[in-house]
Design a protein around this ligand. Structure first.
Ligand code: HEC
Length: 295
């Protein structure tokens, strides 16, 4: 068992490194990307609290102190139970009867049986309804017998599963940007600078400047409308039209030299960005974005 201690430490190190790199994914990226990063919510699965390191045996023996905690749990793979789930215990050579369930919705390949893994994620007590509520895009694929067996037992909802080679086998590959993504990106990247500039020019009562920026916003929203019309996405189209309307009222008020009235369009215009991003934009682990159609 000596080897186990060493590899456990190594694996835990790799797990931490994986997290650190998730946090600092922006490092080495342009300052613009960094600034953009600051406005983004943390990546899905980022633990809101410090990770608690724990051995599978401690969890199996006494799960209660760890319930709802985000853990880095080390253990040996006991059985692959489905495409996205496996159990771990403490001994890689024999079943201990003290298995802890791991659900890893993004698991890319089966974990090697009997080898050590470090699993990162929130620990809860297994309850089908609770899991359905927490993981909206995930369907439990355990057998009815396993569902019954693990009911009320500890389960880790894993966002990372690091194997002894230091590889996170739950890491989703990052798809290349499609032609649609690139087309949208071209429009989208015009918006934040124009929003900033319209605020500045309105504050400094630079009417010509404000008109120029509001026109850029209006044109960008018009282009977004065109994109989503072609996609038959009525909801996104509605948000794009709302944004365009706010840019238009800004232009109308600027035409009337009513700066205060023009300013009232800024916030609702920005709200359309958030609505659409909340539903149709997905952030990849490398900080890039994709259009996520609502099937
Ligand atoms: C109707 C939907 C919709 C609206 C409205 C919208 N966006 Fe987007 N935005 C998207 C989608 C989808 C993506 C992901 C595809 C992409 O990266 O281009 C995106 C991506 C982005 C990106 C990342 C671009 C990149 O790839 O680097 C930025 C920045 C952005 N939007 C800013 C804005 C701002 C600011 C507004 C409002 C003023 C806005 N967006 C309004 C749908 C929308």
């Amino acid at each position: 068992m000596q080897r186990s201690t060493t590899s456990t430490v190594l694996v835990a190190g790799a797990a931490l490194a994986a997290f650190v790199s998730a946090f600092s994914a922006a490092a080495g990226v342009s300052p613009v990307a960094l600034a953009k990063e600051a406005q983004q919510p943390p990546p899905a699965g980022t633990p809101p609290r410090p990770l608690v390191p724990v051995a599978a045996s401690s969890v199996a023996n006494n799960p209660d102190p760890y319930v709802n905690e985000y853990v880095t749990m080390t253990g040996a793979v006991e059985a692959n139970l489905s495409k996205t789930s496996f159990s771990v215990d403490q001994d890689k050579n024999k079943p201990t009867g003290k298995d802890v369930l791991v659900l890893a919705p993004t698991l890319q390949k089966a974990a090697d049986a009997n080898s050590y893994v470090t699993v990162i994620g929130q620990l809860i007590k297994f309850d089908e309804k609770d899991i359905a509520a927490r993981l909206k895009d995930y369907a439990i694929d355990l057998s009815p017998a396993d569902i019954a067996k693990f009911k009320g037992k500890p389960v880790v909802l894993a966002t990372a599963v690091i194997n002894t080679a230091g590889i996170d086998i739950a890491k989703k590959p990052i798809p290349p940007m499609s032609a649609d993504d690139l087309a949208l990106q071209k429009i989208m990247t015009k918006l934040p600078p124009a929003q900033g500039a319209v605020r500045k020019t309105l504050d400094s009562k630079d009417m010509a400047g404000a008109k120029e920026q509001a026109t850029i916003l209006k044109q960008a929203f018009t282009d977004i409308e065109t994109f989503f019309k072609a996609k038959n996405n009525a909801e996104a189209l509605k948000w794009a039209s709302e944004g365009k309307n706010h840019a238009e009222s800004m232009l109308v008020n600027l035409g009337l030299s009513n700066i205060e009235a023009a300013k009232t369009s800024i916030t609702p215009l920005g709200a359309t960005c958030a609505s659409c991003h909340g539903k149709y934009r997905e952030r990849m682990d490398d900080g890039t974005f994709r259009y996520k159609p609502d099937f």
